[in-house]
Every structure is written in C-alpha cells, then in structure tokens.
Design a protein around this ligand. Structure first.
Ligand code: NAD
Length: 272
C-alpha cells in the first residue's frame, strides 16, 4: 500500500502518510529503517539536522533505487543555526549530507526569536528552487502571524505535535484558514492511543489496530502524519490505513479525547 497525496498551497503534492526518523542517531539503524520504509512503500521521509542521520537517510534513498521525483524529503534547520545567513549555511550542510540537489520541504524546527529571519532564508531557498515547499514547525498562531506579516510566500506546512491527547483544534483551524497544511508529529502520541476503550472499540469494529485507527483519524482530519517505527511489520501496519473510513461522529469522538497533554515541549516554553 502507498499513501495518497495532498496538494499544498503551491500545487506540490505531498504524501499524507510519511515516515519519521527521530531518535535514530546510529548510522546503521537510520539507514536500515529508511531503506525498509522505502521498500514498504513510504515515499515521504521526515528528518532534521539535529537527528544526526541525514547522511544515513541520504544513502538509503540512493540505495533504494526509488526515483528522486517520487520521493518527498523533509529536513529542518536546528535552533543553533537560526538567523538568515546561518540558515542558508545550515541548509547547504543538510543538502550535502543528504546527497540531494534539493529538498522537498524545509522547516524552521522550533520558533526562536530569530524565526522571521530564519523563515526569510527558507523563502529565499524556495525562490532559488532548492526547496519545493517552505514551511515551519512547532509554530503557534502568534509565531505564524509574525511570519505571515513579512512573508512574500506564506509557509505551506506547519509541523506540530498532534494526537488524540492534543488535538490542536484552534491551531488546525487557523492553519486551514491560511491554507497551511498541518503535519502531525508524534501522531500516535500517548498511551491512550493503545489503551482508550473508544479507540479499542473502533479497532474491533473495523478489524484494525488502535494505531491504525488513530492514524486514520489524522488522515480524515486532513493532516499529514509521520509515524515512526523501526519495526517492519509496524511500518506496514501504519501505512495500511487507506482501505477504510471512520464516520464523522467517530472522528469527532476521537477529537474530543483531547486533554491538552503534550509528549514534547510547549513551543512557548522551551529552552534548547
Ligand atoms: P510516534 O507517534 O510516531 O511514535 C510513538 C511510539 O509508537 C514509538 O515509540 C513507536 O515505536 C511506537 N509505534 C509506532 N507504530 C506503532 C504501532 N503500529 N503499534 C504500536 N506502537 C507503535 O512518535 P515520534 O516518533 O515521536 O514522532 C514521529 C516523527 O515525528 C519523528 O520520527 C520525527 O520525524 C517527527 N518529530 C518531529 C518533531 C518536531 O519538533 N518537529 C518532534 C518529534 C518528532
């Protein structure tokens, strides 16, 4: 099974279900996992400079034999490199490590005080056609508003923590209004994905696993999701969600499980 795509603000198509490679610093682990994901049918890979695995991801892409134009590769500028010139330099390093001529999506990893200059550099890379889609990550509405106030080309993706314990209704609505697609990181989120009776009931009803129910919920919300698993069976399981649909009431029931619980930092309150 492969993922359908969604069309971003500039017409570029992005697979709605991709593969994330966070916490795979060891070369062989990241290489084997990325290769396995591509063999399983994933066409979008989400990495970041700080993950320390761009070389391994790049080598796996090369060795997979999948045509470059079929792939959608995301990477992110780390906090220490924020600012205009430093972002341009960090991008060169990422591109070189990945062994690519361009990346599909380049993101500001977290909002720092230099977020506007960082985004202006990403916009420049977009104008230079080194980046197919400009975007940001972990931006609250007030961060997006700072960027939108100066952008010639608005960010087209905001990658944020989103799962049933943190359904992000207000931010998703703001992004929808501005035609900014939302990518859910930690899409499986917290334990409730696997233990909540409502999710377990839906899994039994559809003959799916709880992980598949939650990933399908992201898809039906219109989000992009980038689950991570180093296990081939789970990689395949997570991609096998395009043969059923949840009802509108079921989607709303999962969304209502929200408790504003984060697995990661609040972008307004982090110090790295
Ligand atoms: P996730 O929701 O993808 O995974 C959570 C846990 O679920 C993992 O331990 C995984 O092993 C397990 N899992 C995966 N599939 C499963 C299945 N079918 N059944 C049971 N367990 C399963 O969370 P994540 O790895 O934190 O996030 C996914 C990706 O999001 C990352 O790899 C990274 O690419 C991206 N990310 C981005 C940011 C950011 O700041 N932009 C932060 C964190 C993660």
């Amino acid at each position: 099974m492969t993922s359908p795509t969604i069309t971003l603000a500039n017409g570029v198509k992005m697979p709605q279900l991709g593969y994330g490679v966070f916490r795979m610093k060891e070369y062989n682990e990241a290489y084997e996992a990325t290769l396995a994901a591509l063999e399983t049918g994933y066409r979008a890979i989400d990495t970041a400079a700080i993950y320390g695995n761009e070389e391994a991801v790049g080598q796996a892409i090369k060795d997979s034999g999948v045509a470059r134009e079929e792939l959608f590769i995301t990477t992110k500028v780390w906090n220490d490199d924020q600012g205009y010139d430093t972002t341009l330099r960090a991008f060169d390093v990422s591109l070189q490590k990945l062994g690519l001529d361009y990346v599909d999506l380049y993101l500001t990893h977290w909002p720092k005080p230099q977020l506007v200059d960082t985004y202006k550099a990403i916009e420049h890379l977009y104008e230079q056609k080194l980046v197919r889609v400009p975007g940001v990550s972990n931006h609250h509405q007030h961060h997006l508003e700072q960027v939108l106030a100066v952008a010639n080309v608005a960010p087209m993706v905001n990658q944020i923590e989103c799962h049933p314990s943190l359904s992000q209704d207000a931010l998703r609505a703001f992004c929808a209004e501005k035609n900014i697609a939302v990518t859910s990181w930690a899409p499986l989120g917290t334990g409730i994905t696997f233990t909540h009776p409502i999710i377990k009931q839906l899994a039994a009803k559809y003959g799916k696993t709880p992980a598949q129910i939650v990933l399908r919920w992201h898809i039906e919300l219109g989000n992009i999701a980038i689950p991570k698993s180093a296990n081939r069976e789970r990689m395949a399981e997570n991609l096998h969600i395009f043969d059923f649909e949840l009802g509108t009431d079921e989607i709303a029931t999962i969304t209502a499980l929200n408790t504003f619980h984060r697995t990661g930092s609040d972008p307004d309150n982090f110090n790295f």
